[in-house]
Structure formats: C-alpha cells, structure tokens
Design a protein around this ligand. Sequence first.
Ligand SMILES: Cc1cc2nc3c(=O)[nH]c(=O)nc-3n(C[C@H](O)[C@H](O)[C@H](O)COP(=O)(O)OP(=O)(O)OC[C@H]3O[C@@H](n4cnc5c(N)ncnc54)[C@H](O)[C@@H]3O)c2cc1C
Length: 556
Amino acid sequence: MPDNKNYSKVSVLVVGAGPAGLAAAIQLKTTKPDVDVCVVEKSADLGNHNLSGAVLEAEPLHTLLNAAVPGWQDSDAAKDVLANKIDSDDIMFFLGKKLAFNIFFAIKLSKKLGLGFGQMIHKGDYSVSISKLTNWLGRIAKNLGVEVLTGFAARDIILDGAGAVAGGVKLVDRGLDKEGHKQPNYLEGELIGADFVVLAEGCDGLVTEKFVEKANLRRQNPQLFSVGVKELIKVSPQQYGQFTSGRVVHAMGYPIWTPVIGPGMFGGGIVYAGAQDLLSVGMIVGADWKYCDFNVQDALTNLKNHRFVKQFIEGGTVVEAGAKMIPEGGYHAIPRDPQTGSIGKGNVMILGDSAGFVNMLKIKGLHNAIDSGMQAAKAIVRCLDHPERAAGAYTELIDRSNIAKEMKSAKNFRQTIAKLGPLWGMPLSALGGLLPRFEIERDYKAMTAARYRLKPNQHFDKDTFTAVAATEHREEQPSHLTILDSKTCKTRCTPVFNSPCITFCPAGVYETIHDEVKPANPSNCLHCKTCQRKCPFDNIRWMVPEGGGGPRYKRM
Ligand SMILES: Cc1cc2nc3c(=O)[nH]c(=O)nc-3n(C[C@H](O)[C@H](O)[C@H](O)COP(=O)(O)OP(=O)(O)OC[C@H]3O[C@@H](n4cnc5c(N)ncnc54)[C@H](O)[C@@H]3O)c2cc1C
C-alpha cells in the first residue's frame, strides 16, 4: 500500500452518489449494518449532477426500499418523487416541422410478436426527476449510517504492485491556482483506502476508465455515446392539463432523421410530465453524428418549434437546463477482464452507467443502475473475508440477473444502427440475436465536413442555458479540460471541420482566442464530457475538477 500522510481507511468505498452507488450503499447497510461504507460525490449537494429523462422502471427501487425502509411508500419524499405514474405513452414519428404520427400501435405489435422494439412501452413506470430521486436515496443512505461526502471528487485508483487489488482512491487536490501552484489553502487530495472499491461514476467515469486501462479490462466493441440536452419548462396550467400529468412522449424522425434525404442521426426527442406545470423537453442524439456544424441544442430548438411540441410549451419559461451523455454501446461494450470475464477485477466492481448497463431498446438505465448496486452489495457481503473475490462474485450475480437478460436482448440494436445507419440499421436490428457482432468505430471517427441541413436561424443561447444549469467552478484552479495538441486543431481540425468543439459543447466552453482554439470557459462546464468523445481527432481530455463545482440540478 503506498504511503500517504492523509491515509484513512474504510471497508467499502463507493465513487459516485448516483442511483447505482447509493443503491449499493443502502443495500449493504441494510444487510450488514456494521460494515462502514463511504460514498464520495463530486457535486456540491446530492442530486446536483444527476440529469436524465427520466422514465423509471421502479421494480428494483421497490425491492431495495422494501428491505431498507419499511413503510417507505408513505413518506412525503416517496410521494413527491413518484408522483407521476405513467398512464399515457405516446411514441411519435415526426415528419418535417408539422406532421406527427403516433406509432404506438407498431410498438404494441412488436411486443405481441416478441420483437425488441416491444420493450419501448413505458405504461406503469414513473416519470421522475432523477435529481430528486438521487437526493432522496442519499438521505436514506445517510439515515442508515452511510458516510456520504458531497464535494469530494475522486481522480485516480491506487492498485497494488500486481495490479490485482485496489488499495484505495485518490481525491482531487484543492487550492491550486490556474498554473498549478499551491495556494495558502492548498489541501492535497486524500487517499482513502478501502477493502472494496465500487465504481459508480456514471457515464464515461474518469476513475473507471483509468481502472479499465490499469487493470487491462477489455470491451469487445468500443463504448458508444449519445448526448442528451434537456430543459425543464414551466408552462401554463392549461398546457399542463392538456398534456396531462401521467404522460410521456418519445419522438423519432425530425429534426435528426428524415428517410433518404437526411439528416441521418440516431436518437429522438422527449417530452415528459414533471411536477405541477413543469414539462421536461429533451433531445438525445447518438454521438456518431457526422455534421461538423451540429449541436444537439440546435436539434432541441427545432424540436421545441415542431407544431406538436410547441402547443404544450409556447410561452413557457425554462427554469432548469442541462446536458449529459448516455453510454449506448450495450452488451458488447461492457468492460470485462479478458481472463475471467469479470466486470471489474479483484476487489473493484464497476456499476451502472460506468459499466454501460443502459438498455437502448428501452432507453433506460436507471433500473439497471439500482439493480447493479444491489448485486454489488450482495457480492461484498459474500466476500467479506476475501475482498479479492468480489468482482467475480459480482459478475456471477449480474450474469444471473435481469440486467444481463436485458443487455443481451438489446445487444444488437444500437451497434447495428451504428454500423448501417438508421435507415437500414433500425429495421434490421429487429432480427436481434440472429445478427452478428459488428466491428464498429468510435463515435468521433464519424465526423465529416457535411453540414446539418436543418440548422435553425436562431443562434442557441448557451449563456442562458448554463445560467439555468447553475453551473460554477472555483475560477482559480487548473483547467480540467486539456487540448492535447493545439497544432492538430490549427492544421487539421479548423481547416476541415471548422473547430466543431466550439459548436457542439453545450456550455460554450471552447472559443478561438488569437487564432487558437482553447477551453476558454472551463467554469461553464456541465460535466457532460461530450468534448472528450466527439473531438474528431480525440484531442481533448476531461479531468474531474475540484469537488463542489459543476451544475446544480435540483428538479431535472
Ligand atoms: C438525457 C438522458 C435521458 C435519460 N433517460 C432515461 C430514462 O428515461 N430512463 C432511465 O431509466 N434512464 C435514463 N437515462 C439514463 C440514466 O440517467 C442512467 O442510466 C443512470 O443515471 C445511471 O446511474 P448511475 O448511478 O450509474 O450514474 P449517474 O446517475 O450518472 O451518477 C453518477 C454519480 O457519480 C458522480 N461522479 C462521477 N465521477 C465522479 C468522481 N470521479 N468523483 C466523485 N463523484 C463522481 C456524479 O457526479 C454522479 O452523481 C437517461 C440519461 C440521460 C443523460
């Protein structure tokens, strides 16, 4: 174990207080109250960095809470978070700016025929604020005795010499100035030692990816991502009443896909009912788009102006907004130990979005994240005397769980579209398990000099977007965004693609200053990490900034 003067030790260290990490902590404390569990979370407060649709398939949550908190259904928090049960589920196809066709019948038919698309039915689920859900789970964990440390960002995992067992996790230093010099308030990032390390950082986790590399884990296919941008809009009581509180709408087609003439992107729009008079409107687009002037917020603008959507939100006020990525690669992109197949190694387990447990046929990952947390807790309990066996035990449990069943059932959906495009890939993906695994490229390689033909005239107001995301960082800290080689930007990217990072970053972090592209406004960053995955030359790296910075979602 490396020496460190700030060394401290816990039994179980969870990185990330999202649904996955908190479910692991709650389940563990419920089964083994004596085990000390610590969760580190980079956001200032619980739920601040958690943004999603979100349609929640609640069974794993119910299982978790039934054991942990008897009578939880009667609590005010439960009634608040689970207030919107879905009774109306529209799946629309938008053709152009005005036409909308409800194709829910096709999804129902798919279900009858046993096709994968049949999984897209959401009736009986809940439309929730994931920020509120996370905050609630965090409070439950604390009540059970879990130490939940918000404002603590992890930056690395420390492995023993043989690379088989993790000694602990290193936190981000605080109190450095922009040049990296120590200021009077400098505090070296603590090393928290642990018998078990649970990586639950969500999509494209920094520590997770370092661990994947250090422990030589492999993915059969590269992870694919999509970028989601979302606004929470306060509408009039009439508009809310017209939409109804139990309704979710998923829209395919315009403005990201039109048959034959394009554009040809994967993804879609969402409109979900939130709390009274609040509607969530979002756009989720596969990051393998090829248009160098494309920004998911442009698609959101077009979606909001579509006649079907406009009727519900016209005149409304955006009260919160944000952006986040989703891991879409599916079953073939789960990182595993090539020798044992473990999703992790030794005493380290990878959970939720960090492992890529999103079922793209459902566009849902929350239920799998919570379920993976419960499986990790069970594995830890089984291996208390042999922490080095935990990843193996966890993987066995995952492989027998509903997570593996779902991930297998959806394994050829997204990769087929990535390989063949939406026009052919979408219908062909119905062949499901009969299809082979395709060799696919990383998202950033898809960039071309082609332009998005539906670019709105309206310039998207990123300043207001980041203002309502309430994002901020301590200004006097080293930039957590690095352009690896500025010459590549100048000689290869700008001449061909016109510096797409300036356009696609939803927070307007990148600018050209004196002829050089720079991450000029790192304090605007929303931690979506799109830049790291979409720079056409893989020339940008995202680090975790000092804990406590970033967006402050409360109702998303
Ligand atoms: C736009 C959008 C729409 C979605 N719609 C749906 C939907 O309708 N239904 C559904 O089921 N799923 C949906 N998802 C997916 C769902 O949000 C995720 O599957 C789920 O949140 C995963 O939970 P998690 O705990 O693994 O990760 P997260 O919820 O991302 O939580 C990870 C936590 O770890 C913290 N963290 C990360 N790195 C560090 C670090 N180094 N140090 C300390 N803390 C760290 C983060 O701040 C965060 O709080 C959607 C996602 C998006 C982006």
